[in-house]
Design a binder for this molecule. Sequence first.
Ligand SMILES: Cc1cc2nc3c(=O)[nH]c(=O)nc-3n(C[C@H](O)[C@H](O)[C@H](O)COP(=O)(O)OP(=O)(O)OC[C@H]3O[C@@H](n4cnc5c(N)ncnc54)[C@H](O)[C@@H]3O)c2cc1C
Length: 603
Amino acid sequence: MSLRPTIDFLLHDWLQVESLQSRERFADHSRETFDAVLDTCERIAREKYAPFNRTVDIEEPRFDGEKVILPQATHDAYKAYGESGMLSAAQDYEIGGMQLPYTVEAAANAFFAMASVSIGSGMLTSGNANLLMAHGTELQKQVFALNEFSGRFSGTMCLSEPQAGSSLSDVMTRATPDGEGFESDALGPRYRLRGNKMWISSGEHELSENIIHLVLAKIPDANGQLVPGVKGISLFIVPKKLVDTQGQLTGERNDVALAGLNHKCGWRGTTNTLLNFGEGKYPVRGGAGAVGYLVGRPGEGLKCMFHMMNEARIGVGMAATLLGMAGSYASLDYAKNRPQGRPTGAGGKDASRPQVRIIEHADIKRMLLAQKSYSEGALALALYSARLVDEQHTGQAKAADEARLLLEVLTPIVKSFPSEWCLEANSLAIQIHGGYGYTRDFPVEQYWRDNRLNMIHEGTHGIQAMDLLGRKVLMEGGQGLKLLAARMQATASRVSPEWADEARQLLDALQQVGAATQAAWKDAEPAQALANAVPYLQAFGHTVIAWIWLDVAQSAQGDAPAQVGRRAAARYFFRYELPKISAWLQVVSRRDPTCAEVPEDAF
Ligand SMILES: Cc1cc2nc3c(=O)[nH]c(=O)nc-3n(C[C@H](O)[C@H](O)[C@H](O)COP(=O)(O)OP(=O)(O)OC[C@H]3O[C@@H](n4cnc5c(N)ncnc54)[C@H](O)[C@@H]3O)c2cc1C
């Protein structure tokens, strides 16, 4: 089973990605150049990632007191990915990029996520560099971002602290001006940072020459107090090793120390770290304190960081999706080969007949279709959203603004739908394997463990739900939701006759979501409206994926097995999944207080 035909179908038959050639930025591209990128990534993923997915799970990162040790395979994969040019694929030609549409970049990265999600494909590094391209000074771009795009340096995002996870307004890392003339450092206003950052992915390793940490910290006010709330948060570049204005290492180790590695349930190929900034383990330039350079203006750190977080959220959604696909393929293969049980005929079961393969049982097909509908539906949504990113960057003003608003509303779904439902897909993949699926002799338990992270990081499921119902569907007068509704209506109005029932069902779902949105907020305090935000997120997500499937199904014509399969997955989603939204939305609409009001001591 190969991912490529699905990617090709979605990019070309459904999204018509070649039409982007008409944009000046992509004028040099063609189906051939897109194919060449996909071919390269598919090959590197097959050769350097897939064979080592279990290795990186078993050989967890370890610290020898000086260095973090990773398997050789991770070093080889990191090198091959850097050399492929994918870290800078979307950047301008002048800085060594390919000016590749983000849609194609995202599709190409899918091969790595499927082959070994935790070896990774540099999402943090390119996200970090992209943020600097948007908010950094010319020299910060030159010294830090360009060296990240080349793979020479790698990047992290340091938001979380032990006491500040979902609630970033509570970060306590302090940044104080670094002596006389701190404001006139060529690399940016220079500060000393002190604090602890928890859960930092790729926070320490020997894969690259340097690690560029992007760190959220607070600059104390004149009284030495930290400004409460997110307004007090600023953003700093804190390199592990200090560099000069040419990007060369100065030979000084910055005061950033690994306090410990976290030992995770899954995703073990990536180091995860607790980092101490400025505790004096590596005194630098005469004292303790990690040297950091301000990015953007003081107090605008979270705003800048959101630039990285939105990309990261699409990336997390893709990772969850591809883990769902990986489990789906593994369980399909298993189901085609495992003989077990006999069909029940009119006279019961005939034990003298040979056993059938489990794929012949309707319940196994149900679990295969569920996985297919979740993961391929999520992949289509992610690529649709990536296409919106290209529209936002290269479309005409009106279309670009519409794409921006649609992305605002869709991003929580792109992240959260696959995090929940492709995890469920992985659970179904284990179920199809029976007892074997529960062992480490088959890959599916690892997919589930790897995927379990995705509802937690980059904004937990609950936080995404509150973002959707509390902010995204309301912002700019509800314009994003209206635009999304118009797209759904457009799909419903152009379906072929055999999809008329599904089109009606979609419009009904849309009406239910709209009514629940209003009912949740009617004369309500935010706490009441948001008490059932997760069921809202689930219903919203299912409605979006139903729409995506209905749209995809219109391009899935003919009798080729792959097209029959796509239509079956679409029908499955409408018949088995979409009806669930009524139950989810009921508690939203009546602002059911069951959970909010149960007293703590009643548990
Ligand atoms: C493997 C891994 C990698 C990570 N990588 C990074 C990284 O590279 N950089 C980085 O900065 N961080 C990273 N994180 C941190 C991650 O983003 C946080 O774990 C996440 O934001 C949740 O914070 P927390 O763990 O403190 O949980 P908490 O915020 O304590 O949340 C615990 C539970 O309470 C719920 N909750 C919290 N607040 C509310 C509320 N107001 N209303 C309702 N429910 C609420 C949450 O939804 C969750 O279910 C990583 C985490 C992990 C596990």
